[in-house]
Design a protein around this ligand. Structure first.
Ligand SMILES: Cc1cc2nc3c(=O)[nH]c(=O)nc-3n(C[C@H](O)[C@H](O)[C@H](O)COP(=O)(O)OP(=O)(O)OC[C@H]3O[C@@H](n4cnc5c(N)ncnc54)[C@H](O)[C@@H]3O)c2cc1C
Length: 569
């Protein structure tokens, strides 16, 4: 093999979504030679699909004048079912107003009130309207804003590079290997600081609102490099995805006044959350819908109605134009005239790469931020609007950590990375040399179905035990899987198989975490252990790989501001 190409930078950021770009902006502004690596063009990252908004206690809405970061923190901790680390939540909420104003100054076109201030809409689990938005295309606006800023500062963007492994030098991370997708060549990246900002892993489930690229690669890269994954059992199911395709219908619709109704036309949320009704947090609403459907009060096929008709054409066209278009294009339903058929679907990964409050992993030189990381600010259930916030707040903070650490990190080591590229090339060549009938798409389909069936909204020991056995069998099939396309240029078949190997690891981590946690908390609902159990399980779970075997341990939760209480809405 000729000498592999190795790119050398101060900082390598894997991921071009909001977290990666916000970190890149800070690093480039500080004068660091910064690279962003992304398997798609950064503007195609899943952040672009965010609809409903971003939270900050600006106090702009009527009746919310006294809103402050402590109130935001309280709602977030209560929403998390008291599992979030409260020091991290304080950072998130304290920094939120400045983060939103900064984005506005950079050019994000937020929707406005008549008096010119940024408009704020009510969101689930929030005591007051606190969610800033750009109609129902907030992520699109934010991502374009940050991409402009990053390119203006000369950040080097490697788009269509698929990262396949992290490079370790003894006890530290010193780079990564990546396939240049158009040519198929394997390149090395050498940098003293490497940031994982690779987004969520929603696509391990069959029903998901996530983009097809949300395969959780960063979690698998970290796990294989010896970094544990935290709280993986906490998977958010969004109450309202469009029946048939599971495209998201934003919580912003209910924020603007839309109502959930069962087959009998009943506003059933009044029975489940008398005070918050349709704007209870997502775990509560998703369970309620699922219960209605199982009790035969849903519509045939398994959905309920989201009724927007009373909002009127003008409000829908101004505040929710995107979801109207989605409902018309993908379900043939115009929300101005008829209710929208919706059902719960996987939406967000609360768990992720274990990092401390500064974004450092326990492997020096490796950092993580955004949805792939678990700081943890969302605990057992994330509030809508807090994830976009997390990407920009912790994207900036982790950049500051890397900037501060850089002088003490050893310089890049090109020879070591070249060696790692050669080893990775042999591994990939061995996969390409396999033959046989077992192929990734069939295993992927079976994994997604198994995850939704055995680790969905309601869980119990028997179902989960069967689920874990199914995952183990799929891992075995994956070890035999081959690709028909032996070529180099855009070898999507190979990339899907490499992603699948990682997804099966994450699926196992979700399964083992869920079986370990013998209680119900936030999004993790066990019918065999229906109550929260703070005595034994007010802890984070950590999944780590040791010699190929996965083990679950636990670590303490940081309390402080708010004592755990019963969660009532
Ligand atoms: C439909 C939808 C709507 C949402 N709406 C909201 C909302 O209104 N408010 C809110 O707060 N949250 C919302 N969320 C959640 C929020 O959008 C995400 O959590 C957040 O945008 C994630 O940002 P990120 O930067 O961590 O990752 P992403 O935006 O997912 O970016 C991940 C990046 O990593 C790259 N990558 C991944 N693997 C590799 C690899 N192996 N090699 C190279 N590159 C790789 C990808 O190319 C991509 O650039 C929504 C989510 C969805 C799915």
């Amino acid at each position: 093999m000729p000498d592999p190409v190795v790119h050398t930078h101060d900082v390598c950021i894997i991921g071009g979504g909001l977290a990666g770009l916000r970190a890149a902006l800070a690093c480039s502004t500080a004068g660091l030679d910064t690279a962003v690596i992304s398997k798609v063009h950064p503007l195609r990252s899943h952040s672009v699909a965010a609809q409903g908004g971003i939270n900050a206690a600006l106090g702009n809405a009527e009746g919310a004048e006294h809103d402050d970061w402590e109130a935001h923190a309280f709602d977030t901790v209560k929403g998390s079912d008291y599992l979030a680390d409260q020091d991290a939540v304080a950072r998130l909420c304290r920094d939120a107003p400045a983060a939103v104003i900064e984005l506005e100054h950079m050019g994000t076109v937020f929707s406005r009130r008549d008096d010119g201030r940024i408009a704020q809409r009510p969101f689930g689990g929030a005591g007051v309207p606190r969610t800033c938005y750009a109609a129902d295309r907030t992520g699109h606006n934010l991502l374009h804003t940050l991409y402009e800023q990053v390119t203006a500062r000369g950040t080097r963007v490697y788009e269509e590079y698929f990262v396949t492994s992290l490079v370790r030098n003894g006890g530290r991370c010193t780079g990564c290997t990546a396939i240049a997708i158009p040519s198929g060549e394997l390149h090395g990246f050498s940098a003293p600081a490497v940031l994982l900002a690779t987004g969520g892993f929603g696509r391990i489930f069959s029903r998901s609102t996530n983009a097809l690229i949300n395969t959780g690669d960063g979690g698998a890269l970290a796990l294989r490099a010896g970094v544990p994954l935290k709280d993986m059992e906490f998977v958010q199911f969004h109450p309202t995805s469009l029946f048939g395709t599971n495209i998201l219908i934003t919580e912003g619709a209910r924020g603007e006044g839309a109502i959930l109704k069962n087959r009998g036309g009943e506003r059933f949320m009044e029975r489940y959350a008398p005070a918050s009704v349709d704007l209870a947090p997502r775990d509560v609403v998703a369970r309620a819908i699922e219960t209605e459907i199982s009790a035969g009060r849903g519509f045939p096929g398994g959905f309920v109605h989201l009724d927007l008709t009373h909002l009127g054409a003008e409000k829908i066209m101004e505040r929710l134009p995107g979801i109207r278009q989605i409902a018309m294009d993908f379900a043939g339903v115009d929300p101005i005239l008829e209710p929208v058929p919706v059902q719960p679907a996987q939406h967000y990964s609360m768990g992720g790469i274990d990092v401390d409050i500064d974004g450092s992993t326990r492997l020096p030189g490796l950092y993580a931020a955004g949805e792939c990381a678990c700081v943890s600010v969302h605990g057992a259930n994330r509030l809508g609007g807090n994830s976009l916030l997390e990407t920009v707040v912790f994207g900036r903070l982790v950049a500051n950590t890397m900037i501060a650490d850089l002088p003490s990190l050893p310089p890049p080591d090109g020879a070591l990375v070249r060696e790692a590229v050669r080893a990775e090339k042999s591994r990939i060549d061995a996969i390409l040399a396999r033959n046989g009938d077992e192929r990734a798409p069939a295993i992927l389909r079976d994994m997604k179905a198994a995850m939704f069936e055995h680790f969905g909204i309601f869980r119990d020991e028997t179902t989960m035990r069967e689920g874990l056995a199914a995952i183990t069998a799929l891992q075995e099939r994956c070890r035999r899987a081959s690709v028909g396309n032996k070529g180099t240029v855009f070898n999507q078949a190979l990339h899907r198989l490499l992603e699948l190997e990682g997804m099966l690891l994450l699926a196992e981590a979700v399964a083992r975490g869920a079986m370990f946690r013998k209680e119900s908390r936030g999004s993790h609902t066990r019918t065999d252990f229906p109550d929260r159990n703070d005595t034994e399980f007010l802890v984070h779970t950590l999944a780590s790989l040791d010699d190929g075997k996965m083990a679950i341990t636990q670590s303490p939760v940081t309390l402080g501001m708010f004592e755990p209480r019963e969660r009532v809405y």
